[in-house]
Write a protein that binds this ligand. Sequence first.
Ligand code: ADP
Ligand code: ADP
Length: 225
Amino acid sequence: VAKLAVRRVGHTFRNEVVALRNVDIDVHSGEFVCLLGPSGCGKSTLLYALAGLVKPSGGHISLDGRDVTGPGPDRVLMFQEPALFPWLTVRQNLVFVLRGRRLAKADAEARAAAFIERVGLHGFEGALPHELSGGMRMRVALARALAMDPAVLLMDEPFGALDAQTRASMHDLLQQIWMRDRKTVVFVTHNIREALVLGDRVVVMAGRPGRVLQDLEVRLPRPRD
Ligand code: ADP
Ligand code: ADP
């Protein structure tokens, strides 16, 4: 399981917007960390830096002791937009990434079925994305992210476009998955309720440029590896 270290990270965009200053965060193995803060405080910039999509102008980010220098299969980023292949069925969307991991066809098919089951989409294997509701598409996106088997799941307000009830069911599903897999998750949100429901740690960011104001343990301490 992965451990992320963010050390004195700052970022200035080319238009001279200073998005981050002096950010220090340790994400321990198997932790569910929510980055909470108002719009514009640099949460997404930090998340993209963790993903390797933004190269911070200062400081260091490492994953299990290795410098993060770009995107890699050990980190999967999820957005509000599920970004499924529209011409592939639910099953095919999953088989595609599993085959990408070089699994044999039969194995990929079996695992795709298992992931579909886990996110509660049994019976919808043959559906195309446009035939599903927004919440169901998000379930497929989550199944696909898990199928990539990343060490770290990075989520940028993934449920922000869903209605309250669908969002609550996604929270239940994500928690259920996290309780079982104990994947390392970094989840960006500006919604304090969402951060408190999901996170076992909440890192509060604010300001322009953004910095860490508070780093709060939300759940009772649990054994760490
Ligand atoms: P959010 O507040 O949900 O993080 P924003 O509206 O700030 O989203 O940004 C939406 C997109 O536009 C992001 O991809 C972000 O990187 C980009 N963006 C935001 N501000 C700027 C800017 N000043 N110049 C160029 N791109 C920007
Ligand atoms: P948050 O995710 O907390 O809403 P962002 O990381 O999206 O914050 O943005 C932090 C600051 O950086 C904002 O002032 C935003 O306008 C700016 N910004 C974000 N993306 C870009 C970009 N690609 N180019 C220039 N400025 C950006």
